[in-house]
Design a protein around this ligand. Sequence first.
Ligand SMILES: NC(=O)c1ccc[n+]([C@@H]2O[C@H](COP(=O)([O-])OP(=O)(O)OC[C@H]3O[C@@H](n4cnc5c(N)ncnc54)[C@H](O)[C@@H]3O)[C@@H](O)[C@H]2O)c1
Length: 349
Amino acid sequence: MGRVFVDLKKQVDDSYEITIGSGFIADTVKGFNSGSDFFMIDDNVFHLYSDIMPAERVYRFRADEHNKTHESVVAVLGFLFRGECRRDGRLILIGGGITGDVGGFVAATYMRGISFVQIPTTLLSMVDSSVGGKTGINFRGAKNNVGVFAQPKHVYIDMDFLKTLTDEEYLNGVAEVIKYGMVYDADFLEYLYENRDRVLARDTEILDYMVTRCCSFKAAVVRADEKEQGERALLNFGHTFAHAIETDSDHRIKHGFAVATGMYLETDYAVKHKLAEAKALEDIGRVLKAYGFDLTYDIHDKEVFFGAMTADKKADRKGLTLAIAPKTGTGKLVKNISIANVTEYFTGS
Ligand SMILES: NC(=O)c1ccc[n+]([C@@H]2O[C@H](COP(=O)([O-])OP(=O)(O)OC[C@H]3O[C@@H](n4cnc5c(N)ncnc54)[C@H](O)[C@@H]3O)[C@@H](O)[C@H]2O)c1
């Protein structure tokens, strides 16, 4: 069983452990049995794992990007309120990134904040969203535009959950894994390329290494820059274009797939504007293609697409901020990118 610590430099010690392993989650869930433990559980996960799910104080959530809304927040707040959850209450979140993001936001705001625990059940949430304390919802067509930073008390990753994930949802998470390689570690990227068959086959040994490595990357960056004042923003590589793709496709293209296309197109944009080496584009393209990701995107509605990009949290009045990979294995933030240049890149005019 692997362990990764998120060790925050704060007066109040908000450090927490990420427990990584297989076959232990039934006991963990059973252990949350006090009257102050409340559960928000992805409905699909609840059905798939009904034998280990709690019977009381459970809010079942239909995880869908269209449900990542303030209406869902109000519904879960109501559940806690009706259940007489007090400030010493604890919310246990079992599900993917949508459940974790919405539930974390609820926990962070109910009675000015109760503690919460993340039990991620998708690859994406194991390697990325459950760690680091970004919580929130989509608001008026802008992805994750309302939220707070709030760290969980513990993250329990049981890789057995991955056995029931569809191939599409699994691949959705692989995109975020590739992102770490491209931004932090060229050798890890190469490892993912070389071992693609075993990664896709969900080989236990590979999964163990991959998930632990990604959690270590994430823990290190969150420790250095919890509130995304600098370094953490590099993890937004591909995300500015991705958020536009997700919104313009009305979320038919899932987050990870949009990030994959976004990483490729942002690198292509960067190469064309002499912000990145051609080799970086070659590398990211080669790895993404090896996993079968689509590297192109046809805009449906320019207004929605570019509107989502300018509504992005990383944009300001001077322009967009893009997290790019100028070289394979390194990341860089580039500010004040003109929206006119980006529009021209996509539309040719
Ligand atoms: N907070 C962060 O730092 C952060 C980082 C990256 C992404 N995100 C967010 O995460 C979200 C995407 O998360 P996701 O990809 O986990 O999506 P998700 O939560 O919607 O889960 C995807 C689907 O898989 C199903 N599912 C979950 N676990 C399962 C299992 N073990 N077996 C079978 N089916 C299962 C769900 O019911 C759902 O239909 C996006 O909203 C994105 O913005 C947040």
